[in-house]
Design a protein. Sequence first.
Length: 347
Amino acid sequence: MTNTEVSIIMPARNVEKYIRECIDSIINQSYEDWELIVVDDGSTDNTATIIKEFEKRESRIHLIEQSAIGIIPALRVAYASSRGKLITRMDADDIMANKKIENLSGLLFKHGPGHVATGLIEYFCATELGDGYKKYQTWLNNLTLTKTNYSEMYKECCIASPCWMLWREDFDACEAFNPNTYPEDYDLVFRFYRHGLKVISSDEILHLWRDHDSRSSRTLEQYKDNSFLEIKVRYFLQLDYDPGKELVLWGAGKKGKKVASLLALAASKHYNDDQELDKKESNFDFSWVCNNPKKIGQKVHQTLMQDSSIFDFSNTQVIITIANETEKQEALRQLDKTDNCSVFSFC
């Protein structure tokens, strides 16, 4: 059996309201050499029945049914059944723009392995779209247009989870869907970065991202803030931590406290087996600063809270967790004037 050019990997659970529109958008792609591997992850509605209807009349669609065991196992099952030279993921409640597969595959055929292809996204929903999604869309698309996605990867997931494509050999080198870490899309982007994949992008809207109340990112505990912070801290220590500089945490709010607890945990080498640190990432210490006079001088997680206005930030790596945008911009301006200071914004 010859290989298909593009394999589309799609987990699905209880998406009967959206799955027809999703699959129609795939069937109507301008690029035709693809296969769609759908894993129905224990749906209790008519999702599987609808997919079977498509499967009967479209030979490029393949359904695998399993009990509800989660998105990552479903992704693994689908990938194991795929044959494509190029790999991409699709969400079962979203819509592909007509030339999405053509554009992404074209970029990869032009530039070859060692790249991850992406494009612009557009959120939509049945009601009014929230400001948070609008800001995320603008931020993400600006990064994609300038191909600077990794520059702010500690802030948010900087490559849209259902809008990437890469060569199978690169995907395997990045460990594919093997890690059990949620949010799995964010973890995967850090592995793209670790493997040195260069971002190549289309300046067209390629993916229509549906927002609704039952999205996994809204409903599952694995996609809450703390899970994102755990990934950020772990990959920062693995990939960007410089033991030759003083590590400083700036921010004493909810996120700051969580990051401080994770840093303290890592410093004491209490990570579990699958989060074990390399030698260079253990036995470190960090300073903690803030602007709040009520907290300055307190000890939290055995770390003294210091006054940011008098702290010497030279020769430091600074993790910023300041939620207030005005205060964060003021902090960034201050650090920009400081010698030998590297800044990592976690919010």
